[in-house]
Design a protein around this ligand. Structure first.
Ligand code: SF4
Ligand code: SF4
Length: 392
């Protein structure tokens, strides 16, 4: 296993275990299977285990497995505060204590604000006293490091990284999202500030393995160096020194074996310019199946009505490559899970964005189509729930 350093010089395995996708039977986590898998990863040097309050049963399963095998002290637990449920200062403590109980521990190594969407949300938490609470927890040793996880565009990501003295952050990043979400720009911005970056969705929820178009698969199969599609995606990430640890939601021993092998063999620089070129061809083959040729460059932003144009097109394209459900989830996370929506329906057709688009995309026309696909009844219900329960 290869390791990279966190902010305080601790070694983190470059492969982290995402505990959101443990196998389930009749809705319940198969704890014996999860134990076999966690222990296989542990024996192979994986020392970072990521869970969250809202991953049903995941914290409790992880806590039970670590306790049963007496390995709590040898691994780092990362879990997340469901800050969108927080109304009072007291509730931070209540959720945290519940998490410690589930995890069967008295400290959390890496504690994240789960899906922090914008600076406004962080300001709201600050007004409830979160900074004082976090500082006190760090002082007592109950929380070792504080970070945030993020889905959204790079501008807001950069603003959020500046909003507090974070210890680390977590972003969605993969070779298809190089210029969407926080993207390479966000990754480099965080790294320049000395922030370790944990990567989630390296395979876009498995789609870069299971849903590849034939042309992309052929490119991988005929390349002289043989790598599986998953190994290509991981190597692209680990070739970037700014990437600290990549989470993988592993739920089979074969998957663990393959990922551990890749994580043990790769080093920065080993993935050369030829490989980068080949991967760009694969990206083009995947993009060719897309509806809107948006590269996510962001030149059209900011929109005076706050429309997340690249985020909308990324989700709209996902409709056709990965299905409506995945697209809806991405769209809702990017545009809906915040106080002020950044949805396509905010567009007033001023046309300002189109003057800057190097791809000459008819943004207004395409936004209308995207809106028809993505802002159905589920989207409206989601927005209603957010405003009724003041979730952001
Ligand atoms: S046309 Fe719509 S998306 Fe483009 S800048 Fe104007 S309001 Fe924003
Ligand atoms: S400028 Fe064009 S290509 Fe770039 S993000 Fe905006 S719509 Fe996409």
């Amino acid at each position: 296993m290869n390791y990279r350093k966190d902010k305080y010089g601790n070694n983190l395995s470059i492969l982290g275990y995402g505990c959101m996708r443990f196998s389930r039977a009749a809705g319940k986590i198969d704890i014996d299977k999860a134990e076999q898998e966690i222990m296989a990863a542990f024996r192979n040097g994986v020392n970072y285990y990521d869970t969250a309050y809202v991953y049903s049963g995941s914290e409790a399963a992880l806590g039970e497995i670590l306790e049963r095998n007496h390995i709590r002290e040898q691994v780092a637990i990362a879990t997340k505060l469901p800050h969108y449920l927080i109304r009072t200062a007291d509730s931070m403590e209540r959720y945290f204590q519940e998490q410690l109980k589930r995890l069967r521990t008295n400290y959390v190594d890496y504690y994240l604000m789960h899906m922090l969407t914008d600076v406004k949300t962080w300001e709201r938490l600050k007004s409830l006293g979160i900074i004082e609470w976090l500082e006190q927890k760090k002082k007592s040793g109950a929380i070792r490091q504080v970070g945030f996880s993020y889905h959204g565009n790079s501008d807001m990501f950069c603003q959020l990284t500046d909003a507090y003295n974070w210890d680390f952050c977590q972003i969605q990043y993969n070779y298809m999202d190089e210029n969407t979400q926080a993207g390479r720009r966000g990754l480099q911005y965080a790294a320049e500030k000395g922030l370790p970056v944990i990567i989630m969705e390296p395979l876009r929820g498995g789609k870069l393995v299971n849903n590849l178009p034939r042309e992309a698969k052929k490119l991988f199969e005929t390349y002289p160096v043989k790598r599986s599609p998953a190994a290509w995606a991981f190597c692209w990430l680990w070739n970037q020194p700014e990437v600290t640890c990549v989470l993988s939601g592993m739920n089979s021993l074969d998957m663990i074996e393959e990922n551990v092998k890749t994580a043990s063999e790769i080093s920065v620089g080993e993935f050369g310019s030829e490989e980068e070129k080949m991967l760009q061809k694969a990206v083009q083959a995947i993009n060719a199946k897309m509806k809107v040729r948006c590269t996510g460059c962001g030149y059209c932003m900011p929109c005076p009505k706050n429309v997340d144009i690249p985020g909308t097109f990324a989700a709209y394209n996902r409709c056709y490559s990965e299905g409506k459900r995945a697209a809806f989830m991405e769209y809702f996370m990017c545009t809906g899970m915040r106080k002020t929506s950044s949805a396509a329906s905010n567009c007033i057709e001023c046309g300002k964005c189109e003057q800057h688009c190097p791809q000459h995309i008819e943004i207004r026309k395409e936004l209308k189509k995207a809106r028809r696909q993505l802002e159905g009844p589920m989207y409206k219900i989601g927005r209603k729930i957010i405003s009724l329960f003041k979730l952001y």
